[in-house]
Design a binder for this molecule. Structure first.
Ligand SMILES: C[S@@+](CC[C@H](N)C(=O)[O-])C[C@H]1O[C@@H](n2cnc3c(N)ncnc32)[C@H](O)[C@@H]1O
Length: 695
């Protein structure tokens, strides 16, 4: 059975049987530009299997075990029950009544291992992840599997010249996929003009992301460490000196594509582990709602007009999903539209978003914010409801198809929701009347927004996890009041779970030699407050702004080693090394000659280091990354950069003479990292060499 299939309908079914294996490519004639033929992939994997000892068949489940393949006779079977979960989703009518048992039964089964080989091939194994983990023969393969197929990036329609922001990126499986996409259709030997900024609040998770994306060997990646809801705008648009008006220079950090894969309760991953059954409660979603709205709003503000943003969660909960999208549309007015993507990824079985839902707080259920007791109004926000307090939006629906279109279509596959919303339909042989499904009551409040365009993927449709996706398109810039609205909501949040903290101004260090102050545009960035989670700067820190001042400090100095490096010596971010541009001609020449790199290959401005006193760590960055660095320098280093580019290593520690580039840049191709331990494939398959050598 195939799960989470990819849009180009290239699917690879692979069944492992005891002592052998068999791989099959489906639709091999269709492949993307730059993609490798199926044969190559099959051969690569076959050789991998050939080196693996025979795989024993999975042990039969122990008597009384609740799950197949997960049973451990020595332990108590896990409890896969949660009455609150069942009550909650029954009330939300997340699926139709008659499919409830099927829904719950699949949730109790472990998730099969489904993974992506590259951006155009998906693979499905009839082994649970646990079985794969336990099987030593499959250990390295399990590593490979961690980067499984992810659906949300597929809705971004990424092009090789796009600037992409992955707002909550760690551990990086979707970032990896985005990087593959930008490298996919570029001509051999050329780096794409695109760039991915992968951001995460948690520095430790950023490290994991850096580790996980390392094997991509890309010069087009920047990893940042900010609270996504405060991701810096980095704009020179206003109040900047004449030199900044150069039309060739990047003036503002905006993105063509944004992936907003927010932190969520994660109940859609309930099949991956047993813990969720024990700990689930409806407060989990409620507590995250405001943060999710604020992150998504920041995403919209950072999106270019004409750009696309995908909002996604791995949660079933409408408070984390449809409610967030409704609030986003509410706040953005006509600046943003929710796209109908029913014709995209036709193989993905999806269900339309809900138009109506309820909010639970403790034991009580509410249909509108008016019903919430006064002392709970500061924790149960208006934006959690299908219609907020604004009267023009609230509308009671009775017997209208719109109310139940979500349930009415719940078994439909790839149907045109726009059309069907007007009709009673006969689907899957079942005659469905909306008025039959939900009784007409006067207090059913439905959102006015076309939330049926959102997509909910439920586990029993294609033996997958559950997740939610909405695709948004920016039509015009947000106006000042829409941005201000975000801030008001931020403050609302302080009442309860969220505390603000002011970031200390960056310290000035004694060795700074030049200090310049420049004005930059902070008018639309006035997010003085930072959502605090007890983190310290330089660890799991939030981003910050120079809130109360329109000035930022920029330190532009020359390195001690004469005029060798022009660099921003001090990072404004405590605990994070500054990014120093290496402009030393001697170093550049030596690198060129060591590798026999043609002079025409751009190195100047593309080599950076993180350590002013010890330039052994050198990274190569693409032109797109270089431009962002220049902009970031001009706006006072607002970006807290955890990592960037592709690493080069000094062999005998004496820069500049002996250097090798970790990711070999030979013949102007990017190849595999020779120290990679696994079998890794590069999107430029035709320029690919596979290594399985030294660590
Ligand atoms: C659902 S996971 C993201 C998964 C990731 N997109 C992937 O495909 O691997 C959510 C991530 O959001 C991060 N996070 C939590 N709060 C955040 C915030 N305020 N801003 C940015 N990231 C945040 C968490 O550290 C976590 O790594």
């Amino acid at each position: 059975m195939l799960a989470a299939r990819t849009p180009v309908s290239l699917s690879l079914h692979h069944r492992i049987v005891a002592g052998g294996h068999r791989g099959r490519c489906v639709g091999g004639s269709q492949r993307r530009r730059g993609g490798a033929p199926c044969r190559q992939f099959t051969q690569a994997l076959q050789s991998l299997w050939r080196h693996s000892p025979p795989i024993p068949p999975p042990a039969p489940p122990a008597a009384g075990a609740a799950t197949s393949g997960e049973a451990e006779p020595s332990r108590q079977p896990p409890v896969l029950e949660n009455a609150a979960f069942e009550e909650y989703y029954k009330v939300q009518q997340i699926v139709r009544e008659e499919e409830w048992d099927a829904f719950m039964s699949v949730l109790r089964k472990p998730l099969p291992a489904t993974f992506r080989i590259n951006a155009c091939l998906a693979w499905h194994l009839n082994f649970s992840r646990k079985e794969l983990r336990k099987n030593q023969a499959l250990e390295s393969f399990h590593e490979f599997l961690k980067h499984e197929s992810e659906v949300p990036p597929l809705f971004l329609n990424v092009q090789p010249d796009h600037h992409i922001l992955d707002m909550c990126a760690a551990p990086g499986s979707k970032t990896f996929q985005l990087l593959e996409m930008i490298h996919q259709s570029k001509e051999l030997g050329l780096l794409p003009g695109a760039l991915v900024i992968a951001n995460d609040l948690n520095m430790r998770r950023c490290d994991l992301l850096i580790h996980n994306t390392k094997r991509m060997c890309t010069a087009n990646l920047i990893v940042t460490n900010h609270g996504a809801e405060n991701f810096p705008y980095c704009s020179l648009a206003k109040d900047c000196s004449g030199s900044y008006k150069d039309p060739c220079k990047l003036q503002k950090l905006e993105f063509d594509r944004i992936l907003c894969d927010v932190p969520c309760s994660g109940d859609g991953t309930i099949r991956k582990g047993h813990d969720m059954w024990r700990k689930w409660n409806s407060g989990m979603g409620n507590q995250l709602h405001l943060l999710q709205v604020n992150i998504a709003m920041r995403g919209i503000a950072l999106l270019k007009v004409g750009g696309r943003m995908v909002y996604s969660t791995c949660s079933l909960n409408p408070v984390e999903n449809e409610a967030v999208i409704a609030e986003l549309l509410r706040r953005s007015g006509n600046s943003v539209e929710l796209l109908d993507v029913s014709s995209e990824l036709p193989e993905l079985v999806r269900r339309p978003g809900l138009s109506t839902w309820k909010v639970q707080d403790r034991e009580s259920w509410f249909q509108s914010h008016d019903e919430v007791p006064h002392n709970r109004k500061n924790v149960v926000f208006p934006s959690m409801f299908p219609a907020s307090n604004s009267t023009e939006e609230s509308h009671t629906v009775c017997g209208d198809v719109e109310v139940n279109i979500n349930n009415m279509n719940s078994f439909s596959r790839n149907i045109n929701i726009e059309e069907t919303s007007k009709l009673n339909q006969d689907m899957d042989g079942v005659s469905v009347s909306p008025t039959k499904i939900l009784e007409c009551t006067s207090n059913i409040v439905s959102s006015k927004f076309p939330l049926h365009r959102c997509m909910r993927i439920v586990p029993h449709d294609q033996n997958s996890g559950a997740f939610f996706i909405a695709v948004l398109h920016k039509l015009s810039p947000l106006n000042g009041s829409q941005i201000k609205d975000t801030k008001i909501q931020h403050r609302l949040g302080t009442d309860r779970t969220i505390q603000f903290q002011k970031e200390p101004k960056p310290e000035t260090r004694p060795y700074e030699t030049t200090l310049t102050r420049r004005q930059h545009n902070v008018s639309e960035v006035d997010d003085t407050e930072v959502l605090g989670r007890g983190q310290k700067l330089g660890t799991d820190s939030q981003t910050s702004k120079d809130k109360n001042s329109s000035e930022v400090e920029i330190v532009s100095i020359l390195a001690e080693s004469g005029d060798r490096m022009e660099l921003q010596k001090q990072s404004r971010w405590e605990g994070v090394d500054p990014v120093l541009v290496l402009n030393d001609e001697a170093v550049i020449k030596s690198i060129q000659s060591f590798f026999g790199i043609k002079e025409s290959f751009p190195l100047e401005g593309h080599l950076v280091t993180r350590s002013p006193d010890n330039a052994r760590r050198i990274y190569y960055v693409s032109k797109s990354v270089k431009e962002i660095l220049e902009l970031n320098s001009k706006v006072g280093g607002q970006l807290k950069i955890a990592s960037l580019g592709v690493k080069m290593k000094g062999i005998d520690q004496r820069i500049p003479v002996h250097v090798h580039i970790g990711c070999l840049m030979m013949d102007y191709r990017w190849c595999f990292h020779p120290s990679a331990r696994g079998y890794y494939m590069h999107p430029h398959s035709s320029s690919t060499a596979l290594y399985s050598t030294e660590a």
